[in-house]
Design a protein. Sequence first.
Length: 211
Amino acid sequence: MRIIFLGAPGAGKGTQAELVSKKAGIPTISTGVILREAIKNKTPLGVSAQSYIEKGQLVPDELVIDILTDRLMQPDCKDGYILDGFPRTIAQAEALDKMNIKIDKVVNIYVPDEKIVERLAGRRSCPSCGATYHVVYNPSEDGVHCTKCTSELTQRTDDKPETILNRLEVYHKQTAPLEEFYRNRGILCDVVGQEELEDTTALTMKVLGLK
């Protein structure tokens, strides 16, 4: 099964993607995690991408497509995968077509903008392993350290209020059109994000036919 998760920044698509990954036994490919790792390690890609991410802008298609192509060639992707953070533009979706990648389902998680701002203000991430949490909706075990690797959690630069608003503007302009793109193909599944994580998960599993 090859799945794409769509949704505005902070809609919870990353969390749902990880839960589906465990349930279905397929890897989650997060371009955001890959890019942040590259920035942390100061690789050529990381240096090129850093200024875009810090401003809440999209990293140029050619950079993202290059890293995605390399990742999908890894052995763990042979039985399927989840794409989280890609595609973000129609051009990127068309690039998948050119790579002869057939997508089975596209899950679109919808949350109102005002709720997005509230959610992102409480989001925390692990600088070591990339795990993400939320102080209210998905806290780590002690609320301070990563449950997976015990590193101290931080707030990402792109989760600052002024950057959040810019990211939402970019999303609505450049990424939201993908909803219609995949709806026309008959593979888009809409999921309305709920207050409780478990309720959103139940809806997500239902549209994917997972129990």
